[in-house]
Design a protein around this ligand. Structure first.
Ligand SMILES: *Cc1c(COP(=O)(O)O)cnc(C)c1O
Length: 387
């Protein structure tokens, strides 16, 4: 990457590593090529490690995006007419609730003010009899709010319900113990913290979730997202056999193996620590610039992105001023506060690159200056070093 090309610091797609880019740029293999089958099988095995999933869990990789992974969750694990509870922390939780309703699921929601999240007690109160599944967003990309999934998995088990988590802006960057916590589904898309170009839907299902698919009533799920159609294909890849249901995104699968290998280089725990450190360094820099986070309490602030309120007198034109300094950040997404904040991604490869984080802080500080805000850029950059 040349230093003059703009740095992509939005909450996905993100900067990708040279190794992932090289794997992605390979001559496209056929979908039955031995090298592709091997890369697919390796990727499925590594997903269990990154997800911290049990050996009897089942990973799925489909061509699609994060929304396709959400569709897989909505279509397979609850039956039409059954009740589900959605923990709503923003834009993507609202999407999940709407998606479930389109499958005829009877959806209850438990929410909180923008920038906040329901507590486990709130969720317990909302857990009415008959609720078969709890859905929550690990990190809501529209607000930068992160929940702690563990108490929600416990509540779901207590109520004999499944727990399903949208990890699209979290997986491989935030702590998640699928097996230990007994979570049933954890899903993501390739362009967030997994660190690939966009185009893959990734999901791991627990044995209880797979059983729920087997006993699901009503019309079968749409064919492309029916995990019963895909399970034998994933089996074949893990066993190194060719098979076909729908052509996989071959080069993305090559990139996936490279990306997961990089994530697991020092182990998944170390990779999460890298994100924690990068995020706390960024928080220190934002504080030095006088920027306030959208999440209302420290423990709700995600490690993967910063959602930051515009200071007095600054509007959405700040995003363009930052871009003019060579760093692409994102505007607001949550409909209630869209014009009042912006978002900076710091996940995946960029979290390992202090120079990229520094360039980002400099561009945001410079953009604020261009918008007429007096800022101490030196203090912000000095606050940044990753310890
Ligand atoms: C990005 C994102 C999605 C949607 O992913 P797409 O690939 O854009 O379809 C869903 N949920 C969360 C939490 C996200 O951050």
């Amino acid at each position: 990457m040349s230093e003059s090309s703009p740095l992509l610091m939005i909450p996905g797609p993100i900067e990708i590593s040279p190794g992932v880019r090289a794997a992605f740029g390979a001559k496209p293999p056929g979908h039955l090529a031995p090298g592709l089958i091997e890369a697919f099988g390796d990727s499925l095995r590594m997903m269990r490690q990154v997800w911290k999933a049990g050996p009897d869990s089942r990973p799925f990789v489909l061509a699609g995006g994060g929304t396709v992974a959400m569709e897989m969750a909505a279509a397979n694990f609850v039956s039409p007419g059954e009740r589900a509870l959605v923990v709503n922390t923003g834009y993507f939780s609202t999407r999940m609730a709407e998606m479930l309703r389109r499958y005829g699921v009877d959806v209850a929601e438990v929410g909180a003010a923008v920038g906040n999240a329901p507590t486990p007690d709130d969720v317990r109160r909302a857990f009415e009899p008959g609720i078969r599944a709890l859905f929550a967003t690990h990190v809501d990309t529209s607000t930068g709010v992160r929940i702690d999934p563990e108490p929600f998995t416990a509540l779901a088990r207590e109520h004999d319900a499944l727990s399903l988590f949208d990890g699209v802006c979290a997986t491989a960057a935030e702590r998640f113990e699928m097996d230990v916590w007994g979570a049933d589904v954890y899903l993501t898309g390739s362009q967030k913290a997994i660190g690939l170009p966009a185009g893959l839907a990734l999901l791991v299902a627990s044995p209880a979730a797979l059983e729920a698919r087997r006993t699901r009533r009503g019309l079968p799920p749409p064919m492309y997202v029916d995990l019963d159609s895909w399970a034998p294909i994933m089996d074949a890849y893990e066993e190194g056999r060719p098979s076909y249901f729908s052509t996989p995104a071959t080069n993305l699968v090559l990139a996936l193996r490279a990306g997961l290998e990089e994530i697991l280089e020092g182990g998944i725990d170390a990779r999460i620590t890298v994100h924690e450190r990068a995020a706390s360094a960024m928080r220190a820099a934002w504080e030095a610039l006088g920027l306030q986070p959208v999440p209302v309490r420290g423990e709700l602030i995600a490690n993967t992105l910063s959602a930051l309120c515009y200071p007095e007198g600054v509007d959405a034109s700040l995003v363009g001023k930052i871009a003019a300094r060579g760093v692409i950040v994102a505007g607001g997404l949550h409909p209630e506060i869209r014009e009042t904040y912006f978002r900076v991604g710091h996940m995946g490869y960029a979290a390992t690159r202090e120079d990229m984080l520094t360039r980002t802080v400099e561009a945001v500080g410079g953009g604020l200056r261009d918008a007429g805000v007096e800022v101490d850029l030196t203090a912000a950059v000095e606050a940044l070093p990753i310890r």
